[in-house]
Design a protein around this ligand. Structure first.
Ligand SMILES: [Zn+2]
Length: 554
């Protein structure tokens, strides 16, 4: 804490001593932003003060008149847009994924062993080394690799690497020791320990036997969490995102977010949803919602709950059986009364409630809960959300508007799921699936996101999917249920102002206007004149948060 204050004081003093350095103008930009009247406006220049607040936006002449002594940065005609917001992502999950040892490209056992050794050297803070993607078929080994071979790369720490299909894991000797696997360990039901002629485990564990190692892996250490967070933040900045709504924050992650925000090390703004209403919530909610911290770098004023599972695994709860499995309707995670009790607990303490609901039965259960509880708790102003709102009974779409619920949707889910989704729910129910236009027609905002790392964090994939409902190869022609597509302006709004609205931040984020934070992204082509089919290929050149550059492609 003291560090924040002193660094701000230093900045303030510098600004005072060197008025010329106090403000910055980006000039000669091909700028676009929505304004308060929902009009897309152009600008050439923008000035912001030393804290990163916008002073003026307009033509060069207008802006330079407002900040005559400012440091001037020539954007050389490049396109500048407001920083994009991902309203649903998993920051630590992304960092974990990016940070694991990835052996999918390894062509031989020696190459994989070298990669493991390099990875160990690059991650001295990791107590366990984890990864996967290996395939002994590609290595033409004719057998599984062994613990002894893995020891030749890394012997000092446990290593655990999943096979490419996830049905086997490769451990080194240290990992086998920690799991207590000896000659006398029996094969568990549904699993197999690979052994040599005398019965000793050789290093590969199959299916249920993988749990023997899985269950002794410790929680991530603080040092590991920092490496993972740094990796995720770097990636997010490179994607042109300036704010992420983290859909499930644990108490230890909250502590790290606060620390990073306080030290201005949080290079993307984080709007946190506490994962569940259990022990972490009880502790974190003692002082009530954190509406803003460290210049809006961090907030923790929402709770994430789950109504059901996912469509691909048929875990999403449907009102009628799956079209491709007539005996199953999926599964609601909670009885209605239990779900309502969790929602009410969060609402009563002043939190926004964001419930994951994929199937039409999941969505209905949550809408029923909101319908009863929003008036009862007087919490309309909390802007409660349904995360995904993926398959919704057509009659229920109106209820979002009637009850005041914000749909939080991920356009790339539609283009990734299109074939599978229609098999699961059939040709009728699919009309209420990923139904963006139907929601927009109600006059609802849609908070757009990606659900990374389930999908790529790249927001231009999202805008492309929202506008075309096609994959990157332009399939299918006309878009998948193209009548539900968004216009470019709508998609842009859903990734900026509407996402900000869903985080109670539309007064400070989401557009480039006087008084808001100078969060902006510089891209390599003009989003508003280019062919829609190419939007997925937009490249990010620079990302700025609160007037500070956090990514430079150079
Ligand atoms: Zn998610």
């Amino acid at each position: 804490m003291p560090k924040i204050h002193s660094s701000l004081l230093v900045l303030a003093a510098l600004a005072f001593l060197h008025p010329a350095m106090a403000a910055t103008v980006i000039d000669n930009a091909n700028g676009y932003t929505l304004n308060g009247k929902n009009t897309l406006v152009r600008f050439q220049a923008m000035a912001f003060d030393y804290e990163g607040r916008i002073i003026a936006v307009g033509t060069s002449q207008q802006v330079l008149a407002k900040a005559p002594k400012a440091r001037r940065i020539d954007m050389q005609g490049k396109t500048v847009i407001p920083g994009l917001i991902d309203a649903h992502g998993h920051i630590f999950g992304l960092g974990d994924m990016l940070n694991k040892l990835d052996l999918t490209g390894s062509a031989s056992l020696p190459a994989a062993l070298k990669a493991a050794a390099d990875y160990a050297r690059a991650h001295p803070a990791h107590a366990w080394l984890r990864g996967g993607g290996w395939n002994q078929e590609i290595w033409k080994l004719g057998r599984f690799p062994t613990a002894a071979e893995l020891d030749s790369a890394v012997a000092d720490r446990p290593v655990w690497l999943a096979r490419v299909d996830g049905h086997a894991g490769w451990a080194n000797t240290r990992a086998l020791e920690l799991a207590g696997i000896t000659k006398d360990t029996p094969d568990p039901d549904g699993g197999k320990i690979m052994r040599d002629a005398s019965g000793n485990a050789t290093g590969v564990l199959i299916d249920a036997a993988m749990d023997l190692v899985g269950k002794v892996q410790p929680k991530q250490t603080d040092a590991e969490m920092r490496v993972v967070l740094d990796r995720a933040l770097q990636h997010i900045a490179s994607m042109g995102l300036t704010s992420v709504h983290d859909a499930g924050v644990r108490i230890d992650q909250d502590a790290l977010y606060r620390e990073y925000a306080g030290l201005a090390k949080l290079s993307t703004r984080v709007y946190g949803m506490i994962g569940g209403v259990g022990a972490d919530f009880d502790l974190l909610s003692k002082k009530g919602p954190l509406t803003s911290y460290a210049g809006d770098l961090y907030a923790l004023r929402a709770v994430k709950l789950y109504a059901d599972g996912a469509l691909g695994s048929r875990g999403a709860a449907l009102l009628a059986p799956y079209s491709d499995e007539s005996k199953s309707t999926g599964l609601l995670f909670n009885k209605p009364a239990d779900m309502a009790a969790m929602m009410e607990k969060a609402m009563a303490r002043g939190y926004q409630v964001n419930v994951h609901a994929i199937g039409d039965a999941g969505n209905r259960q949550v809408l029923d809960g909101y319908q009863e509880l929003v008036p009862k708790t007087g919490s309309l102003g909390a802007r409660h959300r349904i995360e995904h709102a993926q398959v919704v009974a057509p009659d229920d779409i109106k209820r979002f508007k009637a009850i005041g619920i914000v749909p939080s949707m991920q356009p790339t889910h539609a283009t990734s799921d299109m074939n599978m989704a229609e098999q699961r729910v059939g040709s009728q129910r699919i009309r209420g699936a990923y139904a963006w236009r139907s929601f927009l027609r109600q006059g609802l905002p849609i908070a757009c996101g990606s659900d990374f790392p389930v999908e790529s964090a790249n927001p231009f994939y999202g805008i492309h999917a929202a506008v075309t409902r096609q994959d990157s190869a332009g399939q299918p022609a006309g878009g998948w249920y193209g009548n539900e597509a968004m216009t470019l302006k709508e998609a842009f709004r859903c990734f900026t102002l509407d996402a900000a609205y869903a985080g109670h931040q539309e007064k400070v984020l989401g557009s480039l206007e006087k008084g808001k934070w100078a969060d902006f992204t510089v891209i390599d082509r003009d989003l508003f004149t280019m062919p829609a089919k190419d939007i997925h290929a937009v490249g990010v050149l620079q990302t700025w948060v609160a007037g500070r550059q956090v990514f430079d492609k150079k």
